[in-house]
Design a protein around this ligand. Structure first.
Ligand code: PEP
Length: 253
């Protein structure tokens, strides 16, 4: 219930092979011949399947995003994928700072800051993830934790318009666990994120930036989540791998 376009974004993570990725993309296109007014749909397949999924999504209402990027444009960075490469593959969004990348691949706030700047400069919208682990939630300092991540990850980023950035609040204890945060929990932190965005980018810009919730979002809870004033959609892991569930979430959002 606000003037921002709701974004339902699927993070396929490291799942599916090429044929399965193509099949899932085709099923989504069939299930969502058009997207409801006021809603935008995004899928983020593994890097290796971006091109074949792009091909399947051509002419559809579904946008393509990557799950990670590197900040240098080209050069001797074995195994990495640059922003211009993602752009030429058809990506308009790129997830950065997912907790799995921060935890398993030791990515820092500084890394996210470089990625965010490279993406915006290269014309791709970062979906900047933040969120607290269970210990921090239990200690009660989760708002400070998330606000610090947002400020460190996005400081110095220059935006020409609010649609150049998306933030996803993903409490780590809710990711892949079935333990969805309550809609009130999501609202509390998404609101704090927006206040941090006001400090970084000014009130007018912050009012237009989408702040998503992520963590066991599914068809049964999406409507309640996006009904909250500062929750502008969801970043969806598990439920994005089933075309029926994901398209149901789009319709209910
Ligand atoms: C995620 O990791 O981005 C996520 C939200 O996963 P899930 O929906 O499976 O909890």
């Amino acid at each position: 219930p606000n003037n921002r376009t709701t974004l339902i974004a699927g993070n396929w993570k490291m799942n599916n092979d090429r044929e399965a990725a193509k099949a899932l993309a085709a099923e989504l296109v069939e299930a969502l011949p058009e997207v409801p007014a006021g809603v935008e749909v995004l899928v983020c397949p593994p890097t290796i399947d971006l091109c074949c999924v792009a091909h399947k999504l051509e002419g559809s209402a579904i946008a393509l995003g990557a799950q990670n990027c590197y900040w240098e444009a080209s050069g001797a960075y074995t195994g990495e994928t640059s922003v211009p490469m993602l752009k030429s593959a058809g990506c308009t969004y790129c997830i950065i700072g997912h907790s799995e990348r921060r935890d398993y691949f030791h990515e820092s706030d500084e890394d996210q800051n470089k990625k965010a700047k490279a993406l915006v400069a290269g014309g791709i919208v970062p979906v900047f993830c933040c969120g607290e682990p269970l210990e921090v939630r239990e200690a009660g300092t989760y708002v400070e934790h998330v606000v610090a991540q947002v400020k460190a990850g996005l400081e110095g980023l220059e935006l020409a318009s609010a649609d150049q950035l998306v933030v996803a609040y993903e409490p780590i204890w809710a990711i892949g666990t079935g333990m969805t945060a309550t809609a009130d929990d999501a609202q509390e932190v998404c609101h704090a994120v927006r206040e941090a965005l006001v400090e970084l980018f000014g009130a007018e810009m912050a009012d237009g930036i989408r702040v998503l919730y992520g963590g066991s979002a599914k068809p049964g809870n999406i409507a309640e989540l996006v009904a909250k004033p500062d929750v502008d959609g969801a970043l969806v892991g598990g439920a994005s791998l089933k075309a029926a569930d994901f398209s149901e979430m789009v319709v209910k959002a």
